[in-house]
Design a protein around this ligand. Structure first.
Ligand code: NAD
Length: 408
């Protein structure tokens, strides 16, 4: 596979070997052999604008329609601004050869990188928008397996299907920025945001997921999707969503500045010529995706301030190197840690969560760690002799309380 996704290579191998899965770069061959055509191409942020770049979706959809040799169902899966599918319908109407019937519906994708296989085989829900009775029946056949095990299906109109996806991402992004805003209050008030999040999470209306204070969200979806929604809602004159998500985006980006500032402070006011070990480059664990990665963003910013930054990631070193070739990359955790004046934990890989603080102590120059994902056992690290800074916790207060509790 050209990217890291747990479980995917095995699945691809099995189905290529069985002859049920084929790859081609010849669109005529692909359309000739198929009745249902999924459009899954990228919808990145436009350069110099918050809007989505829809040129790939438009090109791919028109190309499929043009090359149809028999009636076909075109299924949009890419994440697009509301209103796109309606426009694509007129594009395929013009492009479809005479005598052939084509239909376009929308079926947004909700998979998570790192869990893509399970999310695809057992999705939380299936949404299909703009279907006719015939295309709905076809989609029920396509998804027969998950539907047979009780996966809910929502059948709706085109704009609702487009909006479900971006609204889901906007809500998740809001949850993360919410807890990061509360983390700031916790820090000022001497409360512990991790314990608070656990307590909040017991409420089934709230839930514990996406309530981890830290470096914030990144990747190829959440940032560009909320920006595209800001842009589209302004176009539609629906400014409340735009205002809310603008705040969400600002809080999120400020987390990166906050960690940069903490690293500068940990180095005594300047990172110039200081050795900084960066653990994590991927935007989250279990992926090698570094698109808009907060970890890589922080590493690059410290490098630009003159720090000697050495980055280690269990899977994303090569993708990170392609994006930021000027940074130094380590082949192992120990190599990144060796001689560090400050250690930054920026992606919560299991390998980092379970590091042995006593063993690493002997490798560093200064035992200072900034846990930007609140993923380390702060008590164990401090007990091993490290100065540890997390987010949203009045660390000293907590230590004092824990010592008192221990004494009692
Ligand atoms: N990555 C995710 O976790 C995820 C989850 C849900 C939805 N989505 C959405 O799915 C879409 C794709 O996301 P991605 O992360 O896979 O993007 P990506 O950039 O990694 O992949 C897009 C692929 O489309 C190919 N492509 C572009 N134009 C083409 C054309 N005309 N014909 C054939 N191929 C073409 C590119 O070469 C690339 O391989 C986006 O709209 C994204 O928002 C992504």
């Amino acid at each position: 596979m050209p990217f890291f996704e747990p479980g995917l290579p095995e699945l691809i191998r099995t189905h290529v070997a069985s002859g049920r899965l084929r790859f081609t770069t010849d669109i005529a061959e692909a359309t000739a052999l198929s009745d249902v055509h999924f459009i899954c191409v990228g919808t990145p942020q436009q350069r110099g604008s918050n809007a989505a770049n829809l040129s790939y979706v438009e090109d791919a959809t028109a190309a499929v329609a043009r090359s149809l040799t028999h009636d076909g169902l075109i299924v949009g899966k890419s994440t697009v601004p509301v209103g796109t599918a309606m426009r694509l319908r007129s594009i395929i109407g013009d492009a479809t050869p005479p005598g052939i019937s084509s239909e376009l519906i929308w079926n947004p994708e909700f998979l998570r990188e790192g869990k893509a296989v399970a999310d695809t085989l057992t999705p939380d829900r299936i949404v299909i928008g703009g279907t006719s009775p015939r295309s709905e029946a076809t989609m029920r056949e396509v998804y027969a397996l998950p539907l047979s095990t009780g996966t809910p299906i929502v059948v709706c109109d085109l704009p609702t299907a487009e909006l479900v996806k971006v609204s889901a991402n906007a809500f998740l992004a809001t949850k993360i920025s919410f807890i990061n805003a509360i983390a700031e209050v916790c820090e000022a008030a001497g409360a512990d945001v991790s314990v608070l999040a656990d307590a909040l999470g017991h409420d089934v209306r709230i839930g514990r997921q996406f309530l981890n204070a830290g470096l914030g969200f990144g990747g190829g979806c959440l940032p560009k999707d909320i920006r595209a929604l800001i842009h589209r809602s302004r176009e539609l004159g629906a400014t409340k969503a735009a205002e809310l998500l603008q705040q969400v985006d600002e809080i999120n980006m400020a987390q990166r500045q906050d960690i940069i500032q903490r690293a500068i402070e940990a180095c005594g006011g300047s990172v110039l010529n200081r050795r900084i070990g960066v653990l994590g480059a991927a935007f989250k664990p279990l992926t090698d995706d570094v698109r808009d990665s907060p970890a890589l963003n922080v590493a690059a910013a410290l490098h630009l301030r003159g720090a000697q930054v050495v980055v280690f990631d269990p899977e994303a070193t090569e993708t990170a190197r392609r994006m930021f070739p000027t940074l130094s990359y380590a082949d192992s955790l120990d190599e990144a840690v060796a001689g560090a004046d400050v250690l930054l934990v920026l992606t919560e890989w299991e390998e980092f969560r379970t590091m042995d603080p006593a063993r690493l102590l002997a490798l560093v120059s200064d035992p200072v760690v900034i846990d930007a994902r609140n993923c380390l056992d702060a008590v164990a690290w401090r007990a091993a002799g490290w100065s540890l800074t997390g987010l949203g916790a009045n660390s000293r207060e907590i230590d004092v309380v824990r010592e008192l509790v221990g004494a009692v």
